[in-house]
Design a protein around this ligand. Structure first.
Ligand code: COA
Length: 180
């Protein structure tokens, strides 16, 4: 069973599955937000090329079909402005999804990532066979770690890792929310 392809978060946010037509807006959003993405996102090591986001959108569509990841674009209510991206990723063991997110730099500081992550954690935990969601972020990424803290996830552990992006400290926090 899959999560819904559209989730409307009243009154002003829409999460929806991506289509190939979203690639150019995705590229523009990544380029405009490069300064906040580069320190934390391994895929933002270099200035983005349009082909990178075409590949990202294509893989998000095929991963949705295979059930390995469910990536949503976050849009404003009119489905016009690219607010960010949030996704469920089946890469943290059975019965669990990891939630990942990033925002367009114009839309930070308004609670939008927190709202999107809350919605997806509720959706994930309502799926049959899912009893855990995780948010993994580097300890130095204070904006990101504030999201699971705000949503009442518990800090399960901190693992040492080789930094994947220039802002990372090498200490990865694993935040967990169990089925309630
Ligand atoms: C991580 C990231 C998504 C966090 O963005 P953000 O804007 O801080 O998160 P939110 O949208 O949830 O907004 C939270 C802020 O809005 C404020 N806010 C306003 N209304 C709010 C509401 N209704 N609910 C929650 N927060 C609200 C919060 O107080 C907080 O402000 P603060 O940063 O001054 O404390 C963003 O920094 C980003 O994209 N970073 C680069 C990519 C990245 O690091 N991704 C995560 C990798 S693990």
């Amino acid at each position: 069973m899959r999560p819904p392809e559209r989730i409307v978060l009243d009154p002003d946010l829409l999460l929806r599955r991506l289509t190939p037509e979203d690639a150019s807006a995705a590229h523009r959003a990544v380029a405009e937000s490069f300064e906040i993405l580069h320190p934390w996102m391994p895929w933002a090591a270099e200035w983005p090329k349009p082909a990178d986001q075409e590949a990202f959108v294509a893989s998000s569509i095929s991963e949705w079909e295979s059930g390995t990841s469910y990536v949503y674009g976050i849009f404003d209510a009119g489905d016009a402005a690219w607010v960010g991206t949030v996704g469920l990723h089946a890469r943290v063991g059975p019965g669990a999804f990891e939630i990942g997110y990033w925002l367009h730099t114009d839309h930070t500081g308004k609670g939008m990532a927190t709202r999107a992550a809350r919605a997806l954690s509720e959706v994930a935990l309502a799926l049959p066979g899912v009893d855990r969601v995780e948010i993994r972020c580097d300890e130095a990424n204070t904006s990101s770690r504030a999201i699971p803290e705000r949503l009442g996830f518990r800090l399960d552990r901190i693992e040492e890792h080789t930094p994947d992006a220039p802002g990372e400290s090498g200490r990865r926090m694993i935040w967990i929310k169990d089925e309630t």
